[in-house]
Each structure stands twice: as C-alpha cells, then as structure tokens.
Design a protein around this ligand. Sequence first.
Ligand SMILES: Cc1cc2nc3c(=O)[nH]c(=O)nc-3n(C[C@H](O)[C@H](O)[C@H](O)COP(=O)(O)OP(=O)(O)OC[C@H]3O[C@@H](n4cnc5c(N)ncnc54)[C@H](O)[C@@H]3O)c2cc1C
Length: 433
Amino acid sequence: MAWDFETDPEFQEKLDWATEFVRDVVEPLDLLYPHLQYHPLSDELRPIVDPMKQAVRDQDLWAAHLGPELGGKGYGQLKLALLNEILGVSMWAPIVFGTQAPDTGNAEIIAHYGTPEQKEKYLQPLLNGECFSCYSMTEPQGGSDPKQFTTRAHKDGDEWVINGWKFFSSNARTSDFLIVMAVTNPDVSVYKGTSMFLVPTNTPGVDFERQIGLAGETEEQSMHGLIHYNECRVPADAMLGGEGQGFAVAQTRLGGGRVHHAMRTVAVAKKALDLFCERVLSRTTQGGLLAEKQFMQGDIADSYAELMQFRLLVLYTAWEIDKTQDYAQTRKNIAAIKALTPKVVHDAVWRSMHAHGALGVSNEMPFGQMWWSGPIMAAVDGPTEVHKITVAREVLKGYEAAPGLWPTAHIPAQKELAREKIAAWIEHTVGNQ
Ligand SMILES: Cc1cc2nc3c(=O)[nH]c(=O)nc-3n(C[C@H](O)[C@H](O)[C@H](O)COP(=O)(O)OP(=O)(O)OC[C@H]3O[C@@H](n4cnc5c(N)ncnc54)[C@H](O)[C@@H]3O)c2cc1C
C-alpha cells in the first residue's frame, strides 16, 4: 500500500527551517523593499540579500527546482511543491531561494536545448543568481496563440534578423538576455515554423516602446515590456534548439511554469484562510463573535475544503511528474490545476478580505495584492479557457461514443443486459425451488 501523505522527516526539518526563515527574515524585505526583487541588487541591498541566499544554500535549498547536474539537489516536483507552499507568501522569497519565474523555466529550456557555449554564457550566471532573464513570446495582436504570431526572423549571411513586436515580456528592462520566439518559416505549420533565440537585452534593435504595469503600479514599478524588435541582428549560434523547434521548446517551458504558479498559489490561499480565521475569532459584532455567525462558518468551510482539494491535486500532479518525468504525460492535470488556480485564490482571498470589512480593502492589509493574483493567474501562461479545453480533450481521450442509439446507462437496455448476464444464476435458482 504505497499511498502516503507524510513528508520525510529530514525534508520536513528543511521545510520547518524555510517556514521560519521566510517569516522572520525574508518577509521583512517585502515590507521594506517592495517591487525591487527583479532589479539588480543595489549597494544597500546586496549586503542584506547575499547572506540570505547563502543561508539558503547552507540548508541545501538553493534552486530546489534543479537536478544535481545543474547544481540543484534533484528534489523533484513533489518536494518543490511543499517548499513553494512556503515561498509563495512572499514576493522576495523565490529570489532568495533561487526559484523565481520566469528564470526557472528559462533555465530549464537552456539546460535542455542549449549548446555548451550557450549554457556557459547564459545558464551558469542564471543559476548563480547573478542575472535575470526574460521570456518574450506573447504578441500584442495575437496573445499567446502562436498561429497569430507575426514576429519574423530571417537569415542574412551568418546572422538572424528579428523583426516584430512582443508584449508583456516580464522583467525585460532588468534582464540580461531575452528568449525570443519568432517565425522562421511562414510556409509550414506554426508547430514546425518557429524558432527560439537567445538575445542579449542590450543588442541594437531591442527597442522598448514602453513598460506596461499591472493595475495600480506606478511607471517606475512597471515591469512588462512592449518591445519592438527592429532589425535586431543576432549570430547564427543565438538559436536555442533547432530551426523550427520553437513550439516544442515553448511547451517544455510552460509545463513546469504552470505547476510552479499553482504551488505558490496554495501559499496565498492558505494565508487568506489563516487571516480569515484570526479575524473571525477577534471581531465581535451584533452580539457575538464573527466566528459564531453561520455565514462566516459557511465561508470558512468553503475556503478550507477548496484549499484542500486544490492542494491535493497540486501535490498529486507534482508526484505524477516525478513518476513519469514527462510533462506531456501529465498535461491533463497540469492544465486542470492551472484552470483552478485563479478561482481558488480569488474566492479564498475575497472571503477573507470581506470579513475584514473596510480594513480588508484598505492599503493597510495585503489583500488587494493577494486578490489581484486571481485575475493575473487567469491570464499568465495561457488563459483559463485554453487550459479547460486541454483538460476536456485529455479526459475525452478515455471515452468513446455509445455503440447504439441509446446511452449505455439506458435502463431498459441495461435490464435486458442484466437478465442475460445472470441468466444462468436465475435458471439455477428457479430450478432449485
Ligand atoms: C503578469 C503577467 C506576466 C506575463 N509575462 C509574460 C512573459 O514574461 N512573457 C510572455 O511572452 N508573455 C507573458 N504574459 C502574457 C500571457 O502569456 C498572456 O497574457 C496570455 O497568454 C493570454 O494572452 P492575451 O493576454 O493576449 O489574451 P488573449 O489571447 O487576447 O485572450 C483574451 C481572452 O480571450 C479568451 N480566450 C482566449 N483564448 C480562448 C479560447 N481558445 N477559447 C475561449 N476563450 C479564449 C480568454 O477569456 C482570454 O482571457 C504575461 C501576462 C501577465 C498577466
């Protein structure tokens, strides 16, 4: 009987250390240095953050998403999920632990498809936490549907020339390099006609039109680049993977990224429930504690049950990836948790925020930012609808049409069949009476 819901004691010790470390040491960075986590460390921050990263390394928890060949410990996705449940409460924690998106996914595809030279130039500094990267795929006119992409790269001698527009390229302005997806052969299907390029951000022709911010962010805080690739020339060896492999590279990257978003969202939904419970036990109104009001009890029960359902599916999916070592085989559950993510966090935060009344919607509580991760999770790495379509397609693969006119559960036909199935038993019983 191999079903087991317990964590190895040694890894549990590491999780306990991480819980305390994030709460006592890393979360203060969120309050004192918000919005700076994706900027190169300033002279003020380096002496603070570098020792924190070292403390994480000393615990063998640095870059926990990586296998040993890349300097990680090869914990696998299940242990990573348990760790991300802790890191997801803090904006700075993924940086301090070396597991921040989009660098995790970018490192993964360079490790998978990069040449030795590309790995030395781009992967090693990324793994050392010395630089930032950007994934530049989505286009303003076509979203993330590669069939709509118009950014082109054509060969000119021994260079590729990239032309087109990309949008929502996160962290482009502070990145050292961009991974750009472009059409290299418009005459074949997009699944075979796109390629990926590694482009240093300071390459001439990487023109920032503007930085797009999320709602409420100032211009200074805005991090999502609208980029015009304008006659941007890169050498032939800037291609990541083979010519025409762009779509396959993108798929490799997005599978892991989606699971990691879901893992971190468990942390946000859990924090919302914790704050909710504290509030209802602290606040008295209309003759009693909020905790005694049935509306509140119903909401607590819903938040708890939804969190547990979601968490178990996330952990199961992580376990499934470890077992199969193949994102393609686990795409049904990856898509299912990605589709659930925005709703779970939205509902959990909404209930908790609402139970805090005016304080809940104020800038003196963290709910606004937590709640906003719902709509963000619904768009980032592909909209919810697209993931639901994937789930449905994968589920339907296990079924086939009813063989005749009636559904197989049609009771008259079932009765007929039931008689046939146990005819011998009926005859035996009747014969013996
Ligand atoms: C915070 C954030 C960070 C991001 N970072 C990056 C990044 O670093 N690099 C990058 O390349 N991209 C990034 N993106 C872009 C992200 O991948 C896209 O937003 C996403 O893929 C959807 O594209 P779109 O926004 O153009 O929406 P559209 O494709 O225009 O979709 C709009 C809406 O249409 C509906 N819809 C879409 N497709 C279907 C369908 N098949 N069936 C039914 N309804 C559908 C959905 O309701 C969807 O929300 C980021 C986005 C966000 C919000």
